[in-house]
Write a protein that binds this ligand. Structure first.
Ligand code: ZN
Length: 89
């Protein structure tokens, strides 16, 4: 069986960005800005590749999803500010 690890952080970033888009309509939703926000945010966060048992991984790193989300949100807001000042669209 082929194991396809996915970056768990990327998944959280995507979720958080989606909910930010819903809460703040001033954030540009064009594909360029979306891509830039994702890239900038992910560059400032450690990657966490997991294949299956996320609960086990979180315990190993001594992390809760809340803590991860909070960290992701901080980096997302920084990235959004940067993209806002220098948009590619
Ligand atoms: Zn844009």
């Amino acid at each position: 069986m082929e194991i396809k690890p996915e970056n768990y952080i990327e998944k959280i970033v995507r979720e958080e960005l989606d909910s930010l888009y819903k809460r703040d309509t001033t954030i540009c939703k064009c594909p360029n800005c979306y891509q830039d926000i994702m890239t900038l945010t992910l560059n400032n966060l450690p990657a966490m590749y997991v294949s299956s048992d996320i609960g086990h991984i979180m315990t190993m790193f001594n992390l809760s999803k809340d803590q991860l989300q909070a960290q992701v949100l901080v980096e997302l807001l920084k990235a959004i500010e940067k993209v806002r000042q220098n948009p590619r669209h």
